[in-house]
Design a protein around this ligand. Sequence first.
Ligand SMILES: [Zn+2]
Length: 254
Amino acid sequence: MKVYFLGTGTSQGIPVIGSHHSVCKSQDLRDKRLRVSVWVSWGNHSFVIDCGPDFRQQMLASNCQKVDGILYTHEHSDHTAGLDDIRPFYFKQGEIPIYAHQRVIDNLRRRFDYIFETVNKYPGAPSVVPIEVVNDLPFAIGNKKAIPINAYHGSLQIFGYRIDDFAYLTDVKTIDQTEIDKLRGLKVLVVNALREEHHNTHFNLVEALDFIALIQPEKAYLTHISHIFGFHEDIQKKLPKNVFVAYDNLEINI
Ligand SMILES: [Zn+2]
């Protein structure tokens, strides 16, 4: 299975528009972070987790040729705003399955009403097949199983996903023990770490490292990173030897 980091930034991306912060001006390509998303593929199967406002650019940069489905973590715009840009995949493949909590499907239905339209639908608009994700009910994606992991982003319920020995959790602030039990024996855990300072709805670095220590994956990658966190190179130096800062266009094989 190949995991390709399409974006590793927090909601504004890095550089932030109009910012004079040194990280926003960094020449290191690993400090340029699009909105958070990953592409997971194996054999002939290809899925993305989240579809934010940088989706088009990410599909071009990664040379992704096919999307069999989109798994959503939650409805926030940095994770969903790119839905219209599935059009080229829709034109080639037909309706694209989207997997999400019913609340997220309802939210997308309001915000992208023309995509869900059934009467007099504009022919250029894409179509999706919404599939409700329910906690404790794993579902099939291609010939693999996706296990939803229930967590909280402040007071908002969100899903992470486990696929084989890979798990992807972003925008987590709290998670129950029952969900932690679903994350045993991972080869790779991807988890959000916003910055060093406390934040009300995201793990900071200490919280992310504590979580990694609890789960004990072989390797962990940090994502959803703010420019305030600092330069890629500096963050990496502060991490245990099995923890890495993810960066855009990083590809790992599991
Ligand atoms: Zn987010």
